[in-house]
Design a protein around this ligand. Structure first.
Ligand code: CTP
Length: 399
């Protein structure tokens, strides 16, 4: 989604300026055109040569550069931008923007742009907490700027506090979220589940499965990037928490059911990518089970079937992890669970299903239409599922 987008990256003179090189690199690698504007103090901390070599674009630093090829460069950049991102933003630049001051190329560009502006402040914690800085940030927020709050951690002063530049992934996630606001899922609420539920046996053991959560997270992020408001109900995974998504952590199938039931109020679609345990131990031992007899029998009882039990006027999308008769079994599940769509995947293939980054699926709708997709990344599969969701939501609205 960053491909062919023009991102104006503003770098100001905070010690975190070096991290802007990483941001510029990741955005460029994702296919964006990154136009960089640095304040004079930023150039003392990281050179325009470093940044320009990464982005392969001309870095602008001086408003009055006599050799400049564009005489009104701030206007050109302001108009070309799909989004303006300032990372790091110093207290000084934040104050100037709040006051409408345009005394350098960056502040002039921001004043002249109609594109959304994202500010990632980074500074000493006292400067950040100073009421004047907080007032300035609140003013910018009220004017529609997106603020990526700084993180807590070690600061250059040696102290720990709030003021570190947010993680690069958080800043990039916010850029995607802001760019996605005009996407085809804008105004829609999508609930996604992910990961494999864990059913406790005793305080230290559980029954689990091999789901990594990657498919569900890819669906949630793709929906966010297309403008949806997303709630992600997730069983434990080792994936980083996605930005701009309401994340509800759960462990068991019962907890997932409760969280889904709450989240689907006003939802347009529920996409159940989670691998929900079908059985749970009948009783959870209060103390750790000691090793004694040569065999141990656990009595298991059925968990709630979330897709079947959760009711409402939203699209229901299920997954069918199958090891044989993939399409036929998936069609049966679609019927039985009264779904609008089912995504069938063959978990016996090494490059598809659990744990890996790719998936080979068939998307089956209510009318029995089967769309066999080639091997794709999970993100690509997510986009295909959402294409179908958009189509079905459109039909539903037209009825
Ligand atoms: N699912 C659910 N609640 C459960 C079990 C599964 O909502 N207790 C959902 C899954 O998230 C998935 C779909 O139902 O979207 C199908 O899951 P799957 O495990 O393939 O099917 P089951 O109904 O559990 O049938 P079986 O295990 O017998 O194949």
């Amino acid at each position: 989604m960053l491909a062919n987008k023009t991102i104006v990256l503003g770098i100001t003179g905070g010690i975190a300026a070096y991290k802007a090189a990483d941001i510029a690199s990741k955005l460029t690698q994702a296919g964006a055109r990154v136009e960089v504007v640095m304040t004079e103090s930023a150039t003392k901390l990281i050179t325009p040569l470093t940044i320009g070599t990464i982005t392969q674009t001309k870095v602008v630093t001086d408003m009055f550069e006599p050799t400049s090829e564009y005489s009104l460069e701030h206007i050109t950049l302001a108009e070309a931008a799909d989004v303006v991102v300032i990372a790091p933003a110093t207290a000084n630049t934040v104050a100037k923007l709040a006051a409408g001051i345009a005394d350098n190329m960056l502040t002039s560009t921001v004043l002249a742009t109609k594109a959304p502006v994202i500010i990632a402040p980074a500074m000493n914690d006292n400067m950040f907490q100073n009421p004047v800085t907080q007032d300035n940030l609140a003013k910018l927020k009220a004017r529609g700027f997106t603020i990526v709050d700084p993180a807590y951690g070690r600061l250059v002063s040696g102290k720990t506090g709030w003021g570190r530049l947010a993680e690069v992934e958080t800043i990039i996630g916010t850029i995607k979220q802001v760019l996605g606001k005009k996407g085809d899922l804008a105004g829609k609420r999508i609930v996604v589940t992910a990961g494999g539920t864990l059913e406790p046996i005793d305080p230290v053991r559980h029954i689990g499965n091999r789901s990594s959560g990657k498919m569900g997270y890819a669906v949630a992020e793709a929906a966010r990037d297309r403008g949806a408001t997303v709630a992600l109900i997730t069983a434990p995974t080792s994936l980083p928490e996605p930005v701009g998504i309401e994340v509800v952590p759960v462990q068991t199938a019962s907890q997932m059911k409760e969280a889904v039931a709450k989240a689907v109020a006003k939802a347009d679609a529920l996409i159940m990518a989670a691998a929900v345990a079908d059985y749970q131990p009948k009783a959870v031992a209060e103390a750790k089970i000691k090793k004694a007899a040569p065999t141990l029998t656990l009595e298991l009882v059925r968990t709630p079937d979330i897709l079947t039990e959760v009711k409402g006027n939203f699209l229901k999308v299920g997954f069918a992890a199958e090891s044989e008769d993939v399409v036929a079994n998936a069609k049966q599940k679609l019927q039985k669970k009264q779904l609008d769509l089912i995504i069938a995947n063959d978990i016996t293939s090494a490059e598809s299903g659990f744990g890996v980054d790719t998936n080979k699926v068939a998307i089956i709708d209510r009318d029995g239409k089967v769309d066999n997709l080639p091997l794709l990344t999970k993100r690509e599969v997510a986009e295909k599922i959402l294409d179908k969701v958009v189509e079905l939501l459109g039909k539903k609205a037209g009825r």
